[in-house]
Design a protein around this ligand. Structure first.
Ligand SMILES: Nc1ncnc2c1ncn2[C@@H]1O[C@H](COP(=O)(O)OP(=O)(O)OP(=O)(O)O)[C@@H](O)[C@H]1O
Length: 447
């Protein structure tokens, strides 16, 4: 089977499964899956959550193998991939493109059709970033250039950045918009050297109207890529073309980022996104439920929102989990069903993910100080070192960004957190007491 047959094979599968599965199961498991490509007798299929992946591998994969025999008497093995992993790897940029139809401006720009301003919910944690993104989409290249959006994992940086791209394309379908992760930029650059296609590479990146570069913390340590990006940046900036960057931290916190890039990244506006409050989380879930046409009572939405408090991607995963669970149980979604569905998730989160306040309590107890001392400003040594250690552990054991940690330590600046982490790293090289304390603290937090 060739890639050009992928579409018709997929249609064949859909028809077959539509007959086999109950409507609600079909909607949950099959409609959410998408064929990516055929390669080496493997069909790559993307699914939206790990629950879908498990379900596909357990219950559907063998049916696909059987169907391939039925369709064309061929041995085809399915490989199930998570959409999120795929986005990370930017597989769509692989040398074996999908059988997808004619490239649309969205596909050419590599924008996800779901990441628009309309689907973005604003709240206290992202209001500034949202307002700045709107301004940039109204006046690209003029007011805030570059726009630098930073913050913790899964808080909507990519979504917001791509929303700018969508808005620009809505206004001008011919606008040259390009979204890329910093890793893909680096790979493209390296490939262009290997293939002697640097001229094309430069043309591709230096002639856009809007360049969106995601997760630029991965520029750290990549000297050659930084050099190339420096020139890309200068050309675009001088031509008044808009640049938008996202990162998990501020430019000066990216290790080994050239000073001239750090200073350029600060020319425009830097805005952070922090974790959404309960109200915003509930609103995000409600919007998602409406988009997916899910019937979920408000109290169940609030319950789910109350269980996942730091990462919107995980929040969305929890909703999918509840939805899938209700399909499996053939029961309507309620608070108790949601609680049942999220039980395992909570247990694994409890083991894997610590909160900053758990760390603060543990450190305070260990050093016989109070959590208020850790959050406060007193500078005597008996408090300063435990405070720095608590910040260091928060950085090590949670996904929180420096600004978020600073906020949890009585609203301190992110540079204070950074300084604390560096101080403890330095002390650890020679101070046996600190080494011993950290070993004990980590062990205590894991138990
Ligand atoms: N305010 C919001 N409103 C609606 N959806 C949101 C919001 N914030 C995040 N999301 C959704 O959460 C998911 C994760 O968001 P996104 O990928 O943009 O996060 P990120 O900050 O770029 O994460 P990473 O640090 O991993 O790159 C996406 O599906 C996105 O649509």
């Amino acid at each position: 089977m060739t890639n050009s047959e992928l579409d018709s094979f997929w249609k064949f599968l859909q028809q077959k499964f539509q007959q086999e599965f109950a409507a609600v199961s079909y909607q949950t498991w099959i409609e959410s899956a998408h064929p990516l490509k055929l390669e080496d007798q493997k069909i790559y299929i993307t699914v939206p959550s790990s629950l879908h992946k498990e379900y596909w591998e357990r219950n559907i994969s063998t049916k696909v193998v059987e169907a391939a025999y039925e369709y064309g008497n061929q041995e085809i093995v399915p490989v199930i991939l998570l959409t999120s992993d795929l986005q990370k790897q930017r597989l769509q940029k692989s040398p074996h493109p999908t059988a997808a139809a004619t490239p649309s401006p969205l596909a050419e720009a590599h924008l996800n059709s779901k990441y628009t301003f309309n689907s973005f919910v604003t709240g206290s944690g992202n209001q500034m970033a949202h307002a700045a993104a709107l301004v940039v989409s109204e006046e690209p290249g003029e007011t805030y250039n570059p726009l630098f959006i930073y913050g913790g994992v899964g808080l909507g940086k990519t979504h917001l950045m791509q929303a700018i791209g969508h808005r620009l394309l809505e206004r001008n379908i011919n606008a040259n918009v390009k979204y890329i992760s910093s890793e893909s930029f680096a790979n493209d650059f390296i490939n262009s050297i290997q293939n002697r296609t640097q001229e094309e590479f430069r043309n591709e990146y230096r002639t856009v109207d809007l360049l969106l570069v995601d997760d630029i913390q991965f520029f750290a340590d990549k000297e050659g890529t930084q050099e190339e990006f420096f020139h890309t940046f200068n050309t675009l900036y001088n031509n008044k073309k808009q640049i938008v960057l996202t990162c998990d931290r501020l430019p000066n916190e990216i290790p080994k980022l050239q000073e001239r890039l750090v200073s350029r990244f600060k020319w425009g506006l830097s805005v952070d996104i922090t974790a959404p409050d309960l109200e915003t989380r509930t609103a995000i879930l409600r919007k998602k439920a409406i988009a997916e046409k899910l019937e979920i009572p408000n109290d169940a939405l609030s319950y789910i929102a109350s269980q996942i408090d730091s990462n919107v991607r995980e929040l969305e995963g929890a909703l999918v989990r509840v939805q899938a669970y209700s399909t499996m149980k053939n029961a309507d979604i309620s608070v108790s069903l949601a609680a049942e569905a999220l039980k395992d998730l909570k247990e694994s989160q409890h083991q894997a993910g610590l909160s900053i306040s758990q760390i603060q309590m543990h450190v305070a107890k260990y050093y016989k100080v109070t959590v208020e001392d850790l959050k406060g400003k007193r500078r005597n040594k008996g408090i300063v070192v435990p405070r720095q250690i608590a910040m260091y552990l928060a950085r090590e054991l949670t996904d929180s960004s420096l600004p978020k940690i600073g906020q949890e330590f009585g609203g301190k600046d992110h540079t204070t957190v950074l300084h604390s982490c560096e101080k403890i790293t330095k002390l650890l090289e020679s101070d046996l007491t600190i080494q011993h304390d950290l070993t004990n603290l980590r062990a205590g937090l894991k138990s």
